[in-house]
Design a protein around this ligand. Structure first.
Ligand code: GLN
Ligand code: ZN
Length: 757
């Protein structure tokens, strides 16, 4: 008999109950007991669902008030010393670690592997101590047991916990802390055993990464130390194949292993070959990273033989925690019925798991109706005319190398563009958005609800554009923008106008803390039926003689921040989006817009977890960008923008995008990052951000002059642009105007001091 379980489920609640409770607690409207009640309600409902679906365990410890890594910081008694909290912390202290307090800035946050979930980064020093800290996990196990469930707690494994943290002092290696950490893990396991727990899931997703040898070999030592606790350990890896870590993982002294059969499916036969005869195998057969229905019959066919061999040593599971998908389709009352029939959120994935388990244990006939329904949904998706558009396929097939290159090399384009725009040295510009005032937001909301007519809405947005243009003229900026007042979100705004995109009503996924995102769903071939930005941009250009920069979101960012279809390679979907953007770029050019920016803030985020997979990704990613940008003449200047700080390892791929100008975030690192651009001799023009728009601090002219001078030392001054780090939509007008006035003044100082050849 095959068993079934999940690695974790969403904790936000079906209607984001946790978010609303947390936020009212932070505002002081409700007390701790009230937030805890909401949390307990969410956990209980999650367990009931797993139990009712016939799963063999309920997963405990996947709940977190803010983040699972922060839970472990609390559990392992290693809150950063700078907060002065001691080992066991309560909920108020827990939130202070996450959000900061008057005396201490919050713990740093970063992306969880290649997901859009952000975790809090543990801080390590040579003298960091661990001890059994906050005991919420044990309380939750008791809570599940009291409710009558078989609890399978989940822990982040010691090596993943250390790996994801950061050394806060130089000259030591956080792996050295392992020997201090293991006894605390052993204590935790002993305590869980004392509570009557049989199985503990220990997540070690770093097994899907390139690991230094010291880390790989530390696994054996670590798990030998934990093996003695007397509970059965299920070592879980996910998000990718194990590759050179495969043998290490399979030989560890644990009772079972979980592998991701969606992303790591190709190595399944190796896993089976090497699986010791006593170990259980948890097969992650349902995609935990996407919202499409799984082909249940295909899974059955693939695993039937294995089930006959392994019997109850085969467990069925989603590939990873369901944290990365929305909660339930039950709340999607407006989503188009046909598209909805192709989808599975967390609840539906649990139901699919139940069907699969029954198919293995009671025979396909026992769940014939469920399997037939599943097959029908998949067939409808495969055959739908809304998914497949022959014209788009033909267009893709006709792409040649002519489509992904500009007409002339950069130096020729540069000369043509310089003759056309006659910009001063150190030209000034901004990244696109201007402050999104409450007036703007309310006009957009009223228009959406039908309370504002199209004509009134257009007039309101044109007033905003007029205001933004007037301010930029007064400030003396050289290349203007329209301000993006009409845009709610840089992906949604375009997705709503493109064929092949759908928008859910309630498809929320936790991004960090109480923040959730609702990614668009790319379900079909993408194309652009009508111009998307030409009207607004042309209007903006009509108000000024200075060049107006058109503003678009690039194909890789559209892809990265959406749920992407799984029935064709991501690269194909990227090319379709690239062609849609290309159409817009060409139309903007025809409308007289001479400078067009294609934003790619998520370009780097799409990088595969393994370095050996980078070149292939960067090859199609940069090609997609070039296809979007290359339909125009030499005289049209293409900008791109990226807002993060690690460029140095992908500089050649950034250069391969061949944008005429790239604007990037650099001010927070004091221009240090630019050194990479200098060493690499980045060939095109660059605007290193000189104004950190994430901070309320207004930089003065001297600050920005200093940054620009630093930049001039590594980049040829005639390649440099002057701009903020990112868009200004979260800032207010007053601070924006002061900062930009200072920025323009800094550019003037540079012009007066620098003699350009
Ligand atoms: N053009 C966008 C803006 O200014 C860019 C946003 C981003 O880089 N994330 O808001
Ligand atoms: Zn940005």
């Amino acid at each position: 008999m095959a068993l079934a379980h999940v690695l974790g489920v969403p904790r936000i609640g079906p209607n984001r109950e946790l978010k609303f409770a947390q936020e009212s607690y932070w505002r002081g409207e409700i007390d701790e007991a009230a937030v805890r009640d909401v949390a307990s309600g969410i956990r209980q409902a999650n367990w009931r669902r797993q139990h009712a679906a016939g799963l063999d365990f309920v997963t405990v410890g996947d709940f977190a008030f803010y983040d699972q890594m922060l839970n472990h910081v609390a559990l392992l008694g290693c809150a950063p010393e700078r907060f002065g909290f001691g080992a066991a912390i309560g909920l108020p202290e827990y939130f202070q670690l996450a959000r900061g307090n008057d005396a201490c800035h919050a713990m740093e946050m970063t992306k969880w592997f290649d997901t859009n979930y952000h975790y809090l980064v543990p801080e390590f020093k040579p003298d960091t101590q661990f001890s059994l800290g906050t005991g919420w996990l044990f309380d939750e196990v008791a809570e599940a047991q009291t409710a009558g469930f078989e609890a399978k707690p989940v822990l982040i494994g010691p090596l993943t916990f250390l790996w994801l943290g950061k050394e806060k002092t130089a000259g030591f290696d956080r792996l050295d802390l392992l020997d201090r950490l293991l006894p605390v893990y052993a204590q935790i396991l002993a305590r869980l055993k004392a509570q009557g727990v049989q199985w503990v899931q220990v997540d070690e997703p770093i097994l899907a990464l390139d690991l230094p040898a010291a880390w790989r070999s530390a696994f054996e030592r670590a798990y030998h130390a934990l093996n003695g606790a007397g509970v059965k350990l299920l070592l879980a890896s996910y998000f990718g194949p194990l590759r050179e870590n495969l043998l290490v993982a399979l030989k560890l002294p644990v009772a079972g292993v979980h592998v991701d059969c969606v992303r790591g499916g190709d190595e399944l036969s190796q896993v089976i070959d090497w699986l010791p005869a006593t170990k259980i195998l948890s097969a992650g057969v349902i995609d935990g990273r996407n919202i499409w229905k799984t082909d249940l019959a295909a899974v059955f066919d693939r695993f039937e033989g294995l089930h006959q061999r392994l019997g109850d040593r085969l467990w069925l599971a989603p590939s990873c925690s369901l944290l990365h998908v929305p909660v339930s389709l039950a709340n999607e009352t407006k989503l188009d019925a046909e598209i909805k029939s192709w989808l599975a959120y967390a609840e539906e994935k649990i139901a699919a798991l139940a069907t699969l388990k029954a198919a293995f244990n009671a025979g396909r006939q026992a769940v014939a109706a469920g399997l037939a329904g599943n097959a029908q949904a998949l067939a409808s998706r495969r055959q739908s005319k809304r998914v497949h558009d022959a014209a788009i396929a033909a267009r893709l097939a006709a792409l040649t190398s002519l489509h992904d290159a500009r007409n002339s090399p950069f130096t020729i384009r540069q000369a043509t563009q310089r003759a056309r725009f006659r910009l001063p040295a150190f030209p000034t510009t901004t990244i696109g958005s201007f402050p999104q005032t409450s007036d703007i937001r309310s006009a957009r909301a009223r228009f959406r609800k039908g309370e504002l007519s199209e004509a009134d809405y257009t007039a309101a947005m044109q007033r905003e554009i007029g205001h933004a243009v007037e301010r930029q003229e007064a400030l003396g900026l050289d290349v203007l923008v329209h301000g993006e007042a009409e845009r709610n979100d840089m992906v949604e705004y375009f997705g709503e106008q493109l064929a092949g995109f759908a928008f859910s009503q309630n498809g929320w996924v936790q991004s960090y803390g109480s923040r959730c995102v609702k990614p668009p769903i790319i379900y079909g071939d993408v194309s652009r039926p009508l111009p998307m930005t030409v009207g607004w941009t042309r209007y903006a250009q009509s108000l000024t003689r200075k060049p107006m920069k058109g503003m678009l979101t690039g194909p890789m960012t559209m892809l990265q921040w959406s749920f992407v279809r799984d029935d064709q390679p991501r690269a194909t979907t990227a090319l379709q989006i690239a062609l849609a953007i290309r159409d817009e770029v060409v139309d903007l050019e025809a409308a007289g817009i001479g400078i067009i920016q294609i934003d790619e803030p998520a370009y780097r985020e799409g990088l595969p977890l393994r370095k050996t997979d980078w070149p292939a990704y960067l090859d199609w990613a940069s090609r997609a960008f070039r296809i979007s940008a290359s339909g125009v003449n030499d005289a049209t200047q293409i900008h791109t923008h990226m807002c993060y700080s690690e460029f140095n390892d992908i500089l050649s791929a950034i250069a391969a995008m061949d944008a005429d100008v790239i604007t990037i975030e650099t001010s927070r690192s004091d221009m240090e990052l630019l050194r990479g651009f200098g060493d690499f001799s980045y060939p095109n023009e660059i605007g290193p951000g000189v104004y950190d728009i994430h901070s309320p601090r207004i930089p003065d002219t001297a600050d920005m002059t200093r940054l620009l001078e630093k930049a001039s030392q590594v980049i040829a001054p005639d390649q440099l642009w002057v701009n903020p780090d990112c868009g200004l939509k979260t800032r207010g007008w007053a601070e924006t105007e002061t900062a930009l006035a200072n920025m323009v003044a800094a550019a003037r100082v540079l012009r007066s001091r620098t003699c350009l050849a």
